[in-house]
Design a protein around this ligand. Structure first.
Ligand SMILES: *[C@@H]1O[C@H](CO)[C@@H](O)[C@H](O)[C@H]1NC(C)=O
Ligand SMILES: *[C@@H]1O[C@H](CO)[C@@H](O)[C@H](O)[C@H]1NC(C)=O
Length: 188
């Protein structure tokens, strides 16, 4: 009996499957590289508010992209100071200025920061059944870290909304729990 499955149909099937794989791959955000941690010189790396310092010899993954956006994109909220001598390192990328931590401002991971295209745009952050509008003023650099420019902190993960304490307050998070929270965000 003649088989219904020809060599041609198998070839077509394989092509189709690899095309599907390629499309899925393009939608994901893959690492762009790795950097080796260096220990901060004395007096560097402000560990106020649980900021992380690079560990000598540890490898850190870097990203040039962030996960694709949806209507309400999942992210991880962290705490940052945007004030002078705070744990945020230098002034904000968007305007080369420091910002009052009592105003709702955020830094976004490199991919979402998108070469500054979101600078001074507002985003809506939701968690806990509440939401807050915050202004994008800075980049949380996913491509570099562990150097003086980044206060010897590791590169940012690719899914971070790094927020001033005003954002945490507005979301109604008890102060003891400030630092890490699953949230969703969207362009306001
Ligand atoms: C970090 O901690 C210091 C001292 O505990 C506090 O005064 C400051 O407001 C905190 N910074 C932020 C961004 O919460
Ligand atoms: C974002 O919100 C702030 C504070 O409400 C406002 O001053 C600013 O104009 C808004 N930015 C944009 C681009 O709408």
């Amino acid at each position: 009996m003649k088989s219904f499955i020809s060599k041609e149909s198998i070839a077509v099937l394989i092509l189709l499957l690899s095309a599907i794989c390629l499309v899925t791959e393009a939608q994901q955000c893959r690492p762009s590289g790795r950097i080796r941690g260096r220990k901060a010189p004395p007096g560097q790396c402000n560990q106020e508010n649980d900021s992380d310092c690079c560990k000598a010899g540890k490898m850190y993954t870097t990203y040039k992209c962030s996960p694709p956006l949806s209507g309400s994109t999942k992210a991880y909220l962290t705490l940052n100071s945007f004030e002078k001598n705070g744990d945020g390192g230098g002034p904000s990328e968007c305007d080369n200025k420091y910002h009052n931590d009592n105003t709702p401002v955020v830094a976004l991971s490199t991919g979402w920061y998108n070469h500054g295209k979101r600078c001074h745009n507002n985003i809506t952050i939701s968690a806990n059944g509440r939401s807050v509008v915050a202004m994008v003023v800075d980049e949380c650099d996913s491509t570099e870290g562990c150097d003086a420019d980044h206060d010897y902190q590791p590169p940012c993960p690719n899914n971070i909304v790094d927020a001033s304490k005003a954002v945490w307050k507005a979301l109604g998070v008890p102060e003891d729990n400030w630092g890490g929270l699953d949230i969703t965000w969207s362009d306001a």
